[in-house]
Design a protein. Structure first.
Length: 488
């Protein structure tokens, strides 16, 4: 990092600190979002209010900072504050140490060589410490007992699991650290963490398959290679969807396990056990035997209450709690469309952050955006959570066995049939009120077809349906926009 950049960085920090301190004392967060779960709900869900959440907010690196919530802080309100770490400009990919005291994060251009790893405390005015300048990607802390290791990788590119860079670590003593890197794995960059017993490393980045390496035997396990059936031809086919957002297990017992998401099963294919699912619609937990231990569809109950201009919702940035095996956290990526004259614009921002009980399959909303407009600056990315584990905690020895999914009843949201008065069933529109006009938009946001009618049902012609992405249905009392799922 150049001295010129460092000077600019600290000048910006001093100016912002001065402004926040003397001119805007109540704008500590500078974020259009609110805490949803109070301390009582947190205690009921996690078993304790000693919970810390860190995440980033901002549309791009010029306005993206670290924020945190400490649910155990002493205040008169049941709702804790959202704190902004003022010197963390450009931050992404935060993680929390096993003792809950240190935040590690990246700065630089995501995925490029200039990515650096930093440390800071849970304090708005903390001064970050650079651990490694350049080629230090996706920092994660060791999950097991003993010395605190901070892991990162030297590359972030396609094929980095197979001799593409290395996985490194430094030993931390609070905010002090060893000055030389320890090589954890020399034959590849594994970004998704080290297991509780320090035996398994995981990765997903840019490759069609997640992978786990056994550091004891040096075996690399390939996950998520799916034997699916083509519904049109009835032929069995091996599908390898693109996977991302990997996170190694925090279990003390089931250590050869990881969590991740994929880009969805291609249309016309079905899995004999898992069925079908879409882009980031399902979080998977899988072991090195390729067994699907649990999966979590994005449920109907988590969709925002105002659905008028929502295109879709899905999971993103799922992350296993650093120290508690039963919990995880993830963002809700919400796609909204805004019609201006005859065109529309789509935004894709993380509007909410949820806690997930991986054992029971329950959810809790932790924070949500209060600005869902076209011009919003709220984008709640890369959440990470720490939960104090009771001293007498004994992990259930059965909760991640292959048949554990029977405890959960996953729900897959069907957004197309949720409105009270207008329904979309394939290419058939059904309305409880007379439809006066239908406008179809293509993928580029332009009107591809429109028709004035007066009817309670209307079937879009097949020769038109191929080019339809959104449908605007106008009745006497309301205008509804619906994402059109093209089945043909």
């Amino acid at each position: 990092m150049s001295s010129k950049f460092i000077k600019i960085f600290y000048i910006a920090f001093i100016l912002e600190f001065f402004f926040n301190t003397f001119f805007s004392p109540k704008s500590y967060a500078q974020i259009q979002a609110k805490v949803i779960a109070d301390k009582n709900k947190i205690t009921s869900f996690f078993g304790t209010n000693k919970v810390k959440l860190v995440f980033t907010n901002g549309i791009d690196s010029l306005n993206r900072y670290l924020y945190y919530i400490d649910y155990s802080e002493t205040t008169d309100s049941l709702y804790p504050k959202i704190h902004k770490i003022l010197a963390s400009i450009g931050a992404f990919f935060p993680s929390i140490s096993n003792d809950g005291n240190i935040i590690a994060y990246n700065t630089g251009n995501e995925g490029q060589a200039n990515v650096s790893t930093w440390l800071c405390s849970f304090n708005e005015n903390t001064i970050p410490v650079c651990v490694r300048n350049g080629n230090a990607h996706e920092p994660r802390f060791s999950k097991g007992p003993g010395a605190t290791l901070l892991l990162y990788t030297t590359t972030w590119q396609s094929g980095d699991w197979d001799n593409g860079g290395q996985t490194l670590a430094r030993v931390l003593f609070g905010f002090d650290f060893t000055t030389s890197d320890t090589i954890i794995y020399k034959n590849g960059s594994f970004h998704c963490g080290l297991s509780y017993n320090n035996r398994y490393l995981a990765t997903t980045q840019f490759e069609p398959n997640p992978r786990i390496v056994d550091l004891k035997t040096n075996n690399v396990f390939t996950l998520h290679s799916l034997s699916c059936k083509n519904k049109t031809t009835n032929v069995d086919t091996i599908i390898n969807p693109q996977c991302c957002n990997g996170s190694i297990s925090s279990s003390r017992i089931f250590t050869n396990v990881m969590m991740y998401m994929d880009f969805g099963l291609p249309i016309r294919y079905v899995h004999p056990i898992l069925g079908t699912w879409g882009f980031h619609q399902r979080i998977f937990i899988v072991n090195t035997n390729g067994e699907f231990l649990k999966w979590f569809d994005f449920p109907d109950s988590l969709y925002p209450s105002n659905r008028d201009n929502i295109n879709a919702c899905c999971w993103t940035y799922c992350e296993w709690a650093v120290n508690h095996p039963y919990f995880a956290v993830a963002s809700n990526l919400t796609s909204r469309y805004f019609v201006v004259d005859s065109n529309y614009t789509i935004t894709n921002y993380c509007e909410d952050i949820y806690g997930i009980n991986l054992k029971s399959g329950s959810y809790i909303k932790l924070i949500e955006s209060t600005d869902n407009s076209l011009k919003t600056n709220t984008h709640l990315q890369w959440p990470y959570i720490w939960i104090e584990v009771p001293q007498n905690f004994i992990e259930d020895s059965t909760w991640l066995l292959p048949n554990a999914q029977g405890l959960i009843k996953p729900k897959k949201a069907d957004f197309g049939n949720d409105y009270k008065n207008i329904y979309l069933k394939r290419n058939l529109i059904i309305s409880k009120e007379p439809i006066t006009k239908i406008i179809c938009y293509n993928l580029l946001g332009n009107i591809s077809w429109e028709k004035e009618i007066y009817a309670f049902t209307f079937q879009i012609p097949l020769n038109i349906s191929q080019n339809v992405y959104l449908i605007k249905v106008i009745t006497k009392r309301e205008v509804i926009l619906k994402k059109y799922i093209n089945y043909f």
